[in-house]
Design a protein around this ligand. Structure first.
Ligand SMILES: [Zn+2]
Length: 501
């Protein structure tokens, strides 16, 4: 008898529907899995056999062929275990075929028959056909994000009893927990640092990448941590997209529901290329740049990251996706993040003529570690000095995250009115139309271009930031000399940043 069970297999941040076919026919007793299984898929049959023994089901004493269709697609992971068990039960007539009509199954089986959680349940649930979908008990809330009717089971024996109608399905939880992540740190904790706060606000409003340099203790990390709070809450479709990525990476705790606030990722300087960019030898797992999709990627000590790893950032910064090609396959993963990077002015970290212990040559080499093209991606570059003690001890708290976020939301609304999600993505060819300059602003920029103080690409970036500043003020273009001047002030050259230290 032939059994066909719908399930799914994960690759990258997406999953593909898989039909698992089981046939039991006469011949020497043996079990084969065909149809492009990876090692974990092939091992699943051993787990299923052991689970059968634990649940007192009978493994057919015949030839069992398990086919994963379509055969040209590689199947990965252990999530097909539950479907495999149901398929063998059906093909060996221990379960009536009518009992599973419409169902699809996802879950890893333990040797004792327990149904264990799977990595990537959200994209898997989206891809698996069938209605209802059976998933591990702890992952019902997550699977429901992607599709309608979902039931959870904790054990293979429970599943079989429920399918046969001998016992009721486990009751769905009456309360659907709304999980809000606790709010991040508030911007009002940052005292002083007026220019850095303005840059942070512009970064949030216009989606401009931000580079902060300065000595330790200036509050660079403190500023970066407060950026996600300034970004708008994710729309339902964005939230599902982000949740799928975190589910596929295995970083989403079971039952945690939708991620509706912009994520924040800060990989350590020792992070490998795979950890940062994504990849891996069997599964293509998303890296930090994909986990930061629609949120903030903070790279502290930018100069300490390996240059070859940093160079991998150029494509996602330009295109919003990362294409990964490995022996196991190729995938395009989303990676549209806001990059905030911090670096010390020099190797000793102190900067400044009086404190720095570095040789001039050392300082130069340190600055050269970063490639020009990467530095060029930062629309906003500024020096963050150590805060003035007077301001730190002063009574006046800074403006709160809520107040700044409201201005950011209004500015983004104006950009949306022009058909752009954020100003950082305005194409150069449309700047004349969307970000026209008044006469004084034009003169200021023409002077800089003539003196070689600004490249053509730099000019575009300054105009985009100036447009964001106008949006934050709530005024329509043409951009004034003041907008352009402020934008230029927020885009210091690296040499200037070091001199300021
Ligand atoms: Zn130094």
């Amino acid at each position: 008898m032939l059994a066909c069970i719908p399930t799914a297999s994960l690759f990258g941040v997406d999953a593909d529907p898989v039909t698992l076919e089981v046939q039991v026919h006469s011949g020497l007793p043996c079990t084969t899995v065909v149809g492009g299984p990876d090692a974990t898929c092939r091992e699943a049959k051993e787990r299923v056999r052991a689970a059968f023994a634990s649940c007192r089901f009978e493994w057919p004493n015949k030839r069992v062929t398990i086919n994963l269709s379509p055969a040209w697609q590689k199947k990965r992971g252990s999530a097909i275990g539950l479907a495999m068990a149901v398929g063998v039960l059906l093909a060996s007539e221990q379960l009536p075929a009518a009992s599973i009509v419409g169902y699809s199954f996802l879950g890893e089986l333990g040797l004792d028959g327990a149904v264990r959680p799977v990595v990537g349940v959200v994209p898997l649930a989206e891809a698996a056909g069938g209605d209802p979908l059976v998933v591990p008990a702890g992952q019902v809330v997550d699977a429901e994000l992607a599709r309608g009717r979902v039931v959870g089971v904790a054990h293979l024996a429970d599943l079989v009893r429920a399918l046969k109608g001998e016992a009721p399905w486990p009751l769905p939880r009456a309360d659907r927990p709304v999980r809000r992540r606790p709010p991040g740190p508030d911007l009002s904790d940052v005292r002083g640092q007026a220019l850095a706060r303005a840059a942070l606000e512009a970064a949030a409003a216009g989606g401009h990448h931000l580079l902060l340099t300065g000595p330790p203790g200036g509050g660079k990390t403190m500023l970066a941590e407060r950026l996600p709070g300034l970004l708008p809450t994710l729309s339902p479709s964005e939230a599902l997209e982000v949740t799928k990525i975190h589910s596929a990476a295995g970083t989403l705790p079971n039952g945690s529901g939708l991620i509706d606030s912009p994520p924040y990722e800060s990989p350590h300087t020792t992070a490998s290329a795979v950890a940062l960019i994504g990849g891996g030898s069997s599964q293509l797992r998303p890296g930090a740049i994909s986990l930061a999709h629609r949120g903030v990627l903070f790279l502290d000590e930018l100069g300490e990251h390996r240059p070859v790893v940093l160079d991998c950032l150029r494509q996602p910064l330009e295109e919003g996706v990362i294409r990964i090609h490995r022996a196991v396959g190729s995938a395009t993963l989303p990676a549209r993040f806001l990059l905030v990077a911090a670096m010390n002015p020099c190797p000793c970290g102190e900067g400044g003529a009086s404190r720095c212990r570095c040789q001039p040559g050392e300082r130069l080499r340190y600055a050269r570690r970063l490639s020009g093209p990467l530095l060029d991606r930062f629309d906003l570059r500024l020096h963050v000095p150590r805060a003035d003690p007077e301001e730190l001890l002063g009574e006046a708290a800074g403006e709160s995250t809520a107040a700044v976020a409201a201005r950011v939301a209004a500015a983004r609304q104006r950009a949306a009115g022009r058909g752009m999600s954020v100003n950082a993505l305005v194409p150069g060819s449309r700047l004349d139309e969307l970000a026209p300059l008044d006469r004084a602003a034009r003169r200021l920029l023409a002077g800089l271009l003539a003196r070689g103080g600004l490249s053509a690409r730099g000019l575009h970036r300054v105009r985009r930031v100036a447009l964001t500043l106008a949006d934050l003020e709530g005024v329509d273009p043409p951009l004034t000399e003041q907008h352009v001047g402020t934008a230029l002030g927020l885009r210091a050259e690296l040499a200037t940043l070091q001199a300021a230290s």
